[in-house]
Write a protein that binds this ligand. Structure first.
Ligand code: EPU
Length: 335
């Protein structure tokens, strides 16, 4: 049922109280088609609302994707392919895999949001990205209802990036995805410092996917705020990359600046560190602030408007630009 002037407060993890001109939920392709026919405004697909900042009321037809279902499409003794509806909660999918001992996405535990949102920003954490397990996805082109299949190559994945965030932004609704998972023995990825350290501390010598799952959950809970308690959308900015010349110039001044050298020989600097250096970590202005345990997460302490959060983000961006001459790019979708 199409609703008018519908509050999105409970449908975005920042908890911003703005209205959508039109709103409906769809649970299958046919309902989505009907919604598109009845849309009086530009259609805009909503998943878990965990990577968006709604600045003002939206003059859009917001359609919430609740297509569910997890099925095994094919399997042999080493691996399997699963087919997952875009409306499934991402972490529920990870838990489903762990309970069946299927490996591949355990490092991506507890990432908020839905399966359909995962390819848009190529979700990643602790040394793994969705792009490594995704085989293909199906999407509906909103303009004409055409169903299109995208292979991993077609998705043009990058660091927190895909064709759906760039060239084809806002043009498709992701309906379902296929992932390739492994059966035991699994390849375990724990080279990311924090996981390895904690697993060792727990005295686990040959960790399995459940150990990785538990550890990632523990780490995330220890430094990322729970959106149900404090409104947030995870990392607000991407970690910026700079070239060698710029890195050397900055490193001469900021000798303790952390860095990861990428495969393209670029220098990736943690945005959280840059923001902390500018004095924002744990600093609150009105209802908004940078989280005390991870400066990259902008939080709504309650009652903040989308505009207040946006203004805070711009203040943070300005101070990083001023101090380091680095322009932070938002990771969150600002609507
Ligand atoms: N750091 C600070 N101060 C801070 C935060 C971080 O100095 O307040 C420095 C520390 O040196 C730390 C380093 O930054 O070692 C990296 O921090 P962290 O491990 O928390 O990771 P991140 O680079 O800040 C990225 C992702 C997270 C993901 C983690 C773990 C981005 C933009 N963010 O954060 O993803 O969970 O790595 O893999 O790439 C998200 O996308 O919403 C998200 C939370």
């Amino acid at each position: 049922m199409m609703q008018k002037d519908f509050s999105l407060k409970h449908l975005n993890t920042f908890g911003i109280d703005v209205c959508a001109a039109q709103f409906a939920v769809f649970t299958n392709v046919q309902v989505l088609k009907d919604c598109l026919l009845r849309a009086e405004y530009t259609p805009w697909i909503l998943g878990g609302g965990s990577n968006i900042l709604l600045v003002d009321d939206v003059q859009l037809c917001v359609l919430k994707n609740e297509i569910t279902g997890i099925d095994i499409l094919a399997e042999n003794e080493n691996e399997l392919v699963i087919h997952v509806g875009a409306g499934v909660v991402w972490h529920d999918l990870v838990t489903w895999c762990i309970s069946r001992n299927f490996g591949g996405i355990e490092n991506l535990s507890l990432i908020p949001g839905t399966v359909g949102a995962a390819p848009i920003q190529n979700i990643g954490a602790y040394g793994t990205e969705l792009a490594e397990t995704l085989i293909s996805l199906r999407a509906m082109r909103l303009l004409d209802g055409e169903l299109i299949e995208f292979t991993t190559g077609d998705c043009e994945f990058g660091y927190r990036d895909s064709v759906f965030k760039g060239r084809l932004k806002g043009q498709h609704c992701i309906l379902d995805i296929d992932l390739r998972l492994t059966k035991p023995p699994h390849a375990i990825e724990i080279s990311y410092g924090a996981i390895n350290d904690l697993i060792e501390k727990k005295g686990i010598h040959s960790p399995g996917i459940r150990d990785v799952y538990d550890t990632v959950i523990e780490i995330r809970r220890s430094k990322l705020p729970d959106p149900l308690q404090i409104g947030n959308a995870g990392s607000f900015f991407k970690n910026p990359t700079i070239d060698e010349i710029k890195f050397k110039a900055l490193h001469a001044v900021f000798t303790d600046m952390p860095v990861f050298v990428t495969e393209e020989n670029q220098y990736k600097i943690p945005a959280g560190w840059l923001i902390e250096q500018c004095g924002w970590k744990g600093r609150r202005i009105g209802n908004v602030g940078c989280y005390e345990k991870q400066a990259l997460v902008i939080v709504n302490y309650g009652g903040a408007s989308g505009r207040e959060i946006y203004d805070h983000a711009m203040r943070v961006q300005d101070s990083v630009k001023e101090r380091f001459d680095i322009v932070l790019q938002t990771e969150v979708n600002v609507v």
